[in-house]
Design a protein around this ligand. Structure first.
Ligand code: GLN
Length: 477
């Protein structure tokens, strides 16, 4: 879609102003029901579109994303705009600077139309934990869009914007992409700068795109990737235009299937069938399929749900009503300011993780929990290193089930955590991973999307995108 729009803009068949107006019309028509957006910036977007149109008019060589509207998850700072992270805590907070990704996209000429709903501080898998609204899955409005970047996924799946940005700490791009039937990419840890992203668990967080094709996410990644002096974990830029590496050729590439994942008792058997069909498609493309065993992955969820709350409890300390966060006017002492601000403005899931993390980092329990989880993390990483000696990619389901109904899991945190069984490992290991649509299954007479997940070696986004694109093209032929 991005290439098509770019060519239409270049040939002056359409203007950026028209595209941006259309996005706002679509939002006005659809978002009353879908509730993907938390804020819109109509005037600024239209003004920017006009500037871009003038440059196209002058015949300038323009970037692929120039003039095309997009949305971003509301945990990324945009100077002068509200950034709520889906929390009451930041209801009135205005970002004093823009995230590096936002700056880069601004320089590319992409036009930001608004910010999208999310689980509070990105903790959740359904977007039900937003303090503001419930985003609906465009395929069935009685079901969740997934999370935590549910607003970003629904804004694309609902046809309101061509693409959007999300963040992924344990699956928050890939799982909602899977549940909403769009493509979602989590880059290698370090590929994209996290500067200006409100931190959840800093050693796992990555920003990435949602779009309707693999080529589109490749175009977006090319713009947002690269080193940033404001983020010490960011890696040197490859300087690649990933969209130029989509050759469609994956002959002889080895794709590993993790046996334990396919056999997992929590996996919906109908999803397993869809995944098996996708494996057949990869075979037809000339890829070699190898079944691999990765027994340590069983411990990914327990390790993740120790490491994440530990980092969360530390990152959330800044929301105390003094440094950041809503001020509680009736607090009389400093202690009361802290306790009232935090007890009144944070939701249950965030509080749970702060409590858990404070416990796992406490002097008496650090070794038993946090240190142990870090050891498990090292073992998982090693298991990936071993697997990637044997195979080029790993493929499997993104989510054990399709979009679930509102309320189905929100009362039971453990069942919500299990939605992440296939996604958290890529964050724990730091490898790149992508989710793309591989079919649909029927539930109560509604056809719901199923996503397949492909993971690659550290920094092999190029190979991963090429293989995913080859699959996508083979099924759409
Ligand atoms: N659902 C996972 C969690 O709640 C992942 C969240 C994320 O990736 N931001 O931790």
């Amino acid at each position: 879609m991005i290439r098509k729009l770019h060519n239409a803009l270049k040939n002056r068949e359409i203007t950026s102003a028209e595209l941006v107006k259309k996005a706002f019309d679509d939002i006005a028509e659809k978002d009353g029901e879908i509730q993907a957006f938390l804020s819109l910036r109509k005037e600024k977007a239209l003004q920017r579109a006009q500037e871009i149109d003038e440059q196209f008019e002058k015949g300038r060589e323009m970037n692929m994303l120039a003039g095309i509207p997009y949305a971003t998850k509301d945990n990324m700072c945009v100077r002068g705009e509200r950034v709520t992270a889906g929390s009451k805590m930041l209801e009135k907070y205005i970002a004093p600077y823009s995230a590096t990704v936002i700056e880069r996209l601004e320089a590319s000429g992409a036009v930001l139309v608004g910010k999208t709903n999310m689980d509070e501080f990105a903790m959740g898998s359904s977007t039900e934990k937003s303090a503001y609204q419930k985003t609906k899955n465009p395929h069935d409005t009685e079901r969740v869009p997934g999370g935590s970047s549910g607003g970003s996924a629904a804004s694309v799946a609902g046809g309101m914007v061509p693409w959007s940005l999300g963040s992924d700490t344990g699956g928050s791009i890939r799982q909602p992409a899977s549940l909403c039937g769009v493509v979602g990419l989590k880059p290698t840890y370090g590929r994209v700068s996290r500067w200006g992203l409100l931190a959840m668990a800093s050693s796992l967080d990555q920003i990435g795109p949602f779009a309707t094709s693999v080529e589109d996410v490749a175009c977006i990644l090319s713009e947002i990737a690269g080193e940033d002096s404001n983020d010490a974990t960011s890696a040197q830029s490859s300087g690649k235009h990933y969209q130029n590496f989509l050759t469609g050729d994956i002959k002889g590439k080895k794709i590993g299937i993790i046996q334990e994942w396919i056999d997992h008792k929590g996996l919906d058997p109908e999803i397993r069938n869809v995944v098996e069909k996708a494996i057949e498609s990869f075979k037809k493309l000339g890829a070699e399929i190898e079944y691999v065993s990765m027994p340590t992955l069983e411990y990914a969820i327990p390790a993740y749900y120790i490491i994440v709350p530990s980092e969360v409890s530390s990152n959330m300390a800044r929301y105390d009503g003094i440094r950041f966060g809503s001020v509680t006017p009736d607090a009389k002492t400093i202690l009361e300011t802290y306790t009232k601000t935090r007890s009144q403005n944070l939701g249950s899931e965030v509080k749970r993780r702060i409590m858990l993390g404070t416990y796992t980092l406490s002097a008496g329990y650090y070794d038993a929990y946090y240190k142990k989880a870090q050891k498990v993390r090292a073992l998982i990483r090693k298991e990936f290193e071993r697997a990637f000696v044997q195979v080029d990619f790993l493929f499997g389901p993104t989510s054990p089930e399709v979009a679930f109904r509102f309320g189905e899991k929100s009362k039971d945190p453990l069942s919500m955590y299990l939605s992440d069984i296939y996604t958290v490992t890529a964050n724990i290991a730091g490898v790149p991973a992508i989710s793309f649509p591989i079919g649909t299954i029927q539930k109560d007479g509604v056809s719901l999307p199923v996503g397949g997940q492909l993971m690659a070696k550290w920094f092999d986004e190029e190979g991963m995108l090429c293989a995913s694109d080859a699959y996508e093209k083979s099924v759409s032929l």
